[in-house]
Design a protein around this ligand. Structure first.
Ligand code: PRX
Length: 654
């Protein structure tokens, strides 16, 4: 038994809880454990009683089965969904060990299904057609809308018919560059309905970043809108798409059509630049299509979507998720991590440009027939009495932020699901199950069903018990990504070669004496800014494209609001003087090439960078200088020129 199981077993069989199983609840445990642990937060008795997983005991039962018999566990759950044909004899097959051959993960292979069918048709047919699927709140207070499951179904069908009519077939890719309008999930679902692969590009990315993605996945169609308002500012999205499309066609990738939604409250049709023959107004054509559309049935292992994410080196990676396993995993994690009940109204603030918006705005909730709110906003002006469960994701939440979330937002009543996962994992991996066990502020607690996390040391050896190291996963789970689009080698090299036999997450992690997991942040050169994952290499290559920048090194520093901020050391071309204007234009180059969210918070002039004799930049030293931990620089004698460090310190506040 792994450590976390031992701890939960002790929770479940603790003297004050023993004999009360299966009615055992965390309140009882609370009284007994509180003396041992100062910082435990227990779900209320009422909450636990009504929860899907009401006790550690119940979790243990389910978790044990999911590990001992993954095939049986997941196929029981999968059977609750619609499959045109059931999967083959083998529920899953996997090889996570590079030393044994090609990395391969397959779930429910041979099973024929469609995720759009399971999100929409299934809910309409089971009598939920009039239930609200999406409530949308726009940027302006009076701009909003709702769609029932039936209405959503009809809109998705119309768009699916349009896509088919415009040559989009099973296996083709469609790029979606839209803000959080209802048309965004509608487009995702329409693609899924006809077996097309969607790739949503966050509508804060620049033309350059969009171009990179277009060049990589060669979409048949791009779907966008003319503009969006952020506060009072109007962002002309169509112009960004135009720039990317004209550049891509000059590079041999021409996209047939650009379907453009008129986002009237931000910009009128007349003011939108137009390319005849390529651009099509959504409102002119899509509503004319029939409101039903046959589903294209796909294999469980057929691709569902591509989502680009930053790595520590090179260009962004096209994380590929397939249909069946992803469907079952997002539906199940959604249900349990949020203790979802049919009458709940669910709101996730994430944008569909990120994985959270895929798994927990669109697919997970709709697969459960939930009512979803699409909106980004604030909280304390309104009554929060109806809140049941809070969630958090994307970066370590420190205990004081956790307390604020718990006390202020949740009125000290709602359990927090601090969910650890990644674009690559498809769904939650380590997460509290609200009601099942006590939480520790700042800890993602225990693994979800079917997930076997391990902590390994530098050499890739598993460490037991209380420890810190690299977070890996030992066996596959249905929601795992299957490859990096067009680059299976990079998939193996990045995720499976560092520690043979395991999936390597790129995160550091520790496990405490009770088996709780604590994520400590990336151990590679990836920075996490307000939950946006940004590779230092991407920012560096944007900076060095500036004609006056000779070299750049970027590190993450702690940031009070954003979690991490971007700190850039910049060496200028010889003879170029430092100036505020230059600083601004360096920041601008990053905004233009990646997006505003990747703009450096700080530019630190660097006459040169600290390098080893072999020319490798010593980022460890740069991190210490950036965070002004100058007495912790460590050994600098291996630098080719140790005097560089003093020069950098001297320029720290200039
Ligand atoms: O470093 C981890 C951090 O976010 C990374 C994944 O980023 P992305 O693929 O963009 O997905 C974000 C939404 C899942 C991870 O490698 N991270 C994610 N969740 C947590 C977290 N760090 C600490 N605690 C979490 N709950």
């Amino acid at each position: 038994t792994t450590n976390h199981l031992r701890h939960l077993e002790s929770m479940a069989t603790h003297p004050s809880g023993a004999g009360k199983i299966p009615r055992l609840n965390a309140v009882i445990l609370g009284e007994s454990l509180a003396s041992e642990e100062d910082d435990l937060v227990f779900p209320s008795h009422d909450f636990s009683q009504q929860a899907h997983v009401p006790s550690p005991q119940k979790y243990l039962e389910m978790y044990n089965r999911s590990i001992v018999d993954p095939g049986g566990f997941w196929s029981d759950i999968a059977s609750e969904f619609y499959w045109k044909e059931k999967w083959g004899q083998q529920v899953y097959s996997e090889n996570l060990d590079v030393t044994k051959g090609k990395i391969k993960i397959e779930w429910f292979k041979g099973g024929i299904t469609n995720i759009c069918y399971n999100c929409l048709d299934k809910n309409v047919e089971s009598g939920n057609g009039d239930k609200v699927a999406l409530h949308w709140e726009g940027n302006e207070p009076d701009v909003d809308g709702s769609l029932t499951y039936r209405q959503l179904f009809e809109k998705v069908c119309q768009l699916a018919n349009f896509l088919k009519d415009n040559g989009v077939k099973k296996g083709d890719t469609v790029i979606i560059y839209l803000p959080m309008l209802m048309e965004l999930p509608i487009t995702m679902l329409a693609c899924a309905r006809i077996g097309a692969i969607h790739s949503v590009v966050f509508a804060g990315y620049s033309a350059e970043s969009l171009l990179q993605r277009i060049m990589d996945c060669k979409p048949k169609i791009v779907v966008t809108c003319n503009a969006v308002k952020r506060g009072k500012k109007v962002l002309n999205l169509k112009e960004i798409v135009d720039a990317a499309l004209s550049e891509s066609s000059q590079n041999g990738i021409s996209v047939d059509s650009c379907l453009t939604y008129e986002n009237e409250s931000a910009m009128k049709k007349e003011d939108t630049k137009w390319q005849k023959g390529r651009d099509i107004w959504w409102q002119d054509v899509v509503p004319k299509y029939p409101t039903t559309c046959d589903v294209v049935w796909v294999d469980a292992e057929d691709p569902l979507f591509l989502l680009y994410t930053s790595g520590s080196t090179g260009k962004p990676k096209g994380v590929l998720h397939t249909t069946g396993g992803y469907m079952i995993y997002t539906a199940t994690t959604f249900k349990y991590a949020f203790d979802y009940k049919e009458s709940d109204v669910y709101w996730c603030t994430a944008d569909c440009g990120w994985i959270t918006g895929h798994s927990y705005v669109t697919y997970g909730p709709l697969l459960n027939g939930a009512t979803v709110i699409l909106y980004e906003g604030y909280v304390t002006r309104y009554s929060r009495k109806s809140l049941r469960v809070l969630g958090s994701v994307g970066e370590p939440i420190n205990p004081s932020a956790w307390r604020w979330f718990f006390n202020v937002v949740g009125d000290s009543r709602c359990p927090i699901s601090d969910t650890w996962w990644q674009t690559e994992t498809g769904g939650f991996m380590i997460t509290p199950l609200p009601g099942a066990w006590a939480q520790k502020p700042g800890s993602a607690t225990f693994p979800f069903f079917g997930v076997e996390p391990v902590i390994v040391d530098e050499k890739g050896k598993e460490i037991e018990g209380e420890c810190s190291g690299y977070l890996c996963v030992k066996s596959s789970w249905p929601g795992a990504f299957r490859t990096l689009y067009g680059d299976h080698d990079r998939y193996e090299t990045t995720y499976f070669k560092p520690f043979p036999g395991y999936y390597f997450s790129g995160d550091g992690c520790s496990r405490d004496k009770n088996g709780y997991y604590w994520l400590t942040g990336r151990v590679d050169d990836v920075i996490n800014v307000s939950g946006h994952r940004i590779g230092t290499a991407e920012v560096e290559s944007a900076l060095v494209s500036h004609p006056q920048c000779a070299e750049a090194a970027v590190v993450g520093v702690e940031h009070e609001v954003k979690g991490q901020g971007i700190y850039a050391f910049v060496t200028l071309v010889e003879g170029v003087p430092y100036s505020e204007d230059l600083r601004k234009s360096l920041v601008l180059v990053v905004r233009n090439q990646i997006g505003a969210f990747a703009a450096p918070d700080r530019i630190h002039w660097a006459p040169s960078l600290p390098k080893t004799r072999s020319g490798k930049i010593m980022r460890r030293i740069l991190r210490k200088i950036a965070s002004r931990q100058l007495d912790e620089l460590g050994d600098i004698s291996t630098l080719a020129d140790p005097s560089v460090v003093d020069q950098l310190i001297a320029l720290a506040d200039s």
